[in-house]
Design a protein around this ligand. Structure first.
Ligand SMILES: [Mn+2]
Length: 378
């Protein structure tokens, strides 16, 4: 009994405002479908964020419809939970996954919290923000009980877990808060590939299927991007990575402005070996240099060879001595500045979360959190 586990396709995302990048994500999803079919799996579990937005562009919807129909022709059903990107915070709003009736079995909190696929229990909870972790924990406890009498059990979640996130405050669950009686913890949300032992099973993040943020490049270089195929047939789980080939190449280099000419030549040589135009991220530093001149030089060197240039210029200044004594915690600083005696804990949590979202460029999520979750609820 084999299944595919994937998450975080983010269809509809238009990186750097380029329609080519939007198309990349659609091509990427089609390759995912090709590979799932090649692998002859029995079913698919999707751990959230198929779409970038709760109201996806029509092309994103059509890409998913086409992919799901191809799976259906092969008798492959998809079980899915909505992720934070698929869910509008508006009360009673429905996730776009519900459009694909007969093609996706959507796992919900109250209605259909689980399905049973040929004796395999497939349960899950849609994404819960950290303001509702009590509901999340309650749902997990109920699912864990419902799963008890089933021989094989899968749990779908789209959440951040403290153990895998470096920022404190950016997770909703602590690792010990997950039930322990599942065989496979099919997670989504963190865009890196992670496989760990947990409870009586394996906890797995398949990662995003394309490079959604430039900081995902390192993990892609080390581990590839794609999804996992899991064989539940034997006593031990067998988890195989499936790597995609349609990922747009990224070239990321940091160097001093004095090396510019040599580096340009070396990068040109690298680009010539690629079969697609890359995204070029350059981090250029130097003591004193004329940015416009350097920028023009880079631009004209790579024109027509790359899809997008993302330069970052830094000017080195005389060293400044900055010393921080002891450890400090961003949440404490925020609390302090909010003068906690008068502020409720909820407000402090809101401010901390807002800080983390904004400092990681998640402006839309921050707005949504402020509008719909915080002020409207209040
Ligand atoms: Mn995601």
């Amino acid at each position: 009994m084999k299944f595919a586990h994937l998450a975080d396709n983010h269809l509809g995302y238009m990186q750097y405002n380029l329609s080519d990048r939007e198309t990349d994500f659609y091509d990427n999803f089609s390759e995912v479908i090709d590979k799932i079919i090649e692998e002859r799996v029995d079913f698919v579990v999707h751990s959230g964020d198929i779409f970038e937005f709760p109201k996806p562009p029509i092309r994103a919807l059509l890409t998913v419809l086409d992919g799901l129909r191809r799976l259906k022709e092969k008798g492959i059903l998809v079980y899915a939970i909505p992720g934070n990107h698929d869910i509008s915070m508006r009360k009673d709003a429905l996730p776009p996954q519900l459009l694909f009736r007969g093609l996706i079995k959507v796992i919900g909190r109250n209605k259909n919290p689980f399905y049973v696929h040929k004796e395999i229990f497939i349960g899950g909870v849609p994404y819960c923000s950290r303001f509702y972790t009590n509901i999340l924990k309650e749902s997990l406890e109920q699912l864990s009980k419902k799963a008890e009498n089933h021989r094989k059990k899968i749990l779908l979640l789209h959440q951040g877990i403290d153990k895998y996130l470096s920022f404190n405050g950016s997770y909703e669950l602590k690792i010990g808060e997950l039930p322990t009686n599942f065989d496979y913890y099919a997670l989504g949300h963190i865009h890196r590939r992670i496989i760990q032992n947990y409870g009586q099973g394996k906890l797995v993040y398949p990662g995003s299927t394309e490079i959604w943020r430039i900081d995902e490049y390192e993990d892609y270089k080390n581990k590839g991007k794609g999804f996992y195929v899991v064989d539940m047939g034997g006593d031990e789980l067998d988890i195989q990575p499936i790597n995609l080939e349609t990922i747009r190449p990224f070239i990321k280099e940091s160097f001093n402005v004095s090396e510019l000419d040599d580096r340009i030549q070396a990068i040109k040589n690298r680009i010539q070996e690629l079969n697609r135009k890359p995204i070029l991220c350059l981090n250029i530093s130097g003591k004193s240099y004329d940015r416009p001149t350097i920028h023009n030089k880079i631009n004209s060197a790579f024109r027509d060879m790359i899809l997008y240039l993302k330069p970052d210029y830094t000017t080195e200044v005389e060293s400044i001595d900055v010393s921080v004594s002891g450890e400090f915690d961003i949440s404490d600083l925020i609390k302090e500045s909010l003068n906690t005696s008068k502020e409720s804990q909820e407000r402090v949590d809101f401010a901390v979360e807002l800080f983390h979202k904004l400092s990681s460029d998640k402006v839309d999520e921050a707005k949504q959190m402020a509008d719909h979750e915080f002020y409207r609820r209040k």
